[in-house]
Design a protein around this ligand. Structure first.
Ligand SMILES: C[S@@+](CC[C@H](N)C(=O)[O-])C[C@H]1O[C@@H](n2cnc3c(N)ncnc32)[C@H](O)[C@@H]1O
Length: 233
């Protein structure tokens, strides 16, 4: 059952929506989300190493990562990912190790594969945000970080009313307008070994936030060169 204030999204709606967005995505959402993307990359690169970008979309962030890091990207939308692959080839982005069609909720990577998980404007588009964060925590190395840029719904007032009113239309476009920060905080509180480290308002309009979670433990370079895709079955 959908809880009050929890808009329901299903994967079919999301994949159909992003198949429609793919040809125009960069034009519509390129500049408007640029600052948030740069803040997320900056945060991710303070850790550095093997970075997984979930919901990589058209790969709009990929050229902005330092070549010193190794980047993997996944997205549920094949048309969006196709654009990302074109970008990697056109710009010769040799720091990108691979791009895969994959569901954020069921990542085909072994436990503790990545130093950082980045998801920009993604968590409010997945059907099960908390389950997705669980999956991020699983593939994250001890001492690593989850870096999100995400929409944060209003707690009260006119904006909250407007978000509620716009929710059904937003759902058809492939995202949620209602999404309380309490959900992130509650997830960190009940998830063993994960800690909320930062919430910082980001443009546009301060309706978004950079959110960082840290996984307990010390990071080691161990396993960095091991195969990290889980064997099927
Ligand atoms: C708003 S776009 C953000 C794209 C990119 N991160 C950016 O900064 O512009 C959301 C992306 O998340 C992807 N997405 C939605 N649900 C997903 C899921 N369950 N697993 C993987 N990717 C998903 C969509 O296909 C889309 O490319």
């Amino acid at each position: 059952m959908t809880q009050p204030g929890h808009t329901k999204l299903d994967k079919e709606t999301v994949t159909k929506a992003y198949a429609r967005w793919a040809p125009v995505y960069d034009l519509v959402f390129g500049a408007v989300f640029e600052r948030g993307r740069h803040l997320a990359i900056e945060a991710a690169e303070r850790i550095g190493g093997r970075i997984l970008e979930v919901g990589v979309g058209t790969g709009i962030s990929l050229p902005h990562y330092s070549r010193a890091n190794r980047i993997c990207g996944v997205d549920i939308s094949e048309p969006m990912l196709l654009k990302a692959k074109e970008r990697v080839a056109a710009l010769n982005l040799t720091h990108v190790d691979g791009l895969w069609v994959m569901d954020a909720e069921r990542l085909a990577f072994a436990d503790e594969s990545f130093d950082v998980i980045v998801a920009q404007y993604v968590i409010t588009t997945v059907p099960n945000p908390e389950g997705t964060l669980d999956e991020f925590a699983r593939v994250l190395k001890p001492g690593g970080e989850i870096v999100l840029v995400s929409r944060v719904g209003a707690e009260a007032g006119v904006r909250k009313a407007l978000e509620k009113w716009f929710a059904p239309a937003a759902q058809k476009l492939g995202w949620r307008t209602e999404f309380s920060f309490k959900r992130y905080a509650a997830w960190a509180e009940r998830t063993a070994g994960m800690r909320l480290a930062e919430r910082r308002a980001t443009p546009p309009f301060g309706h978004f936030a950079l959110i960082r979670f840290v996984k307990d433990g010390n990071r080691t370079a161990e396993g960095a060169n091991q195969p990290f895709i889980r064997a099927a079955g």
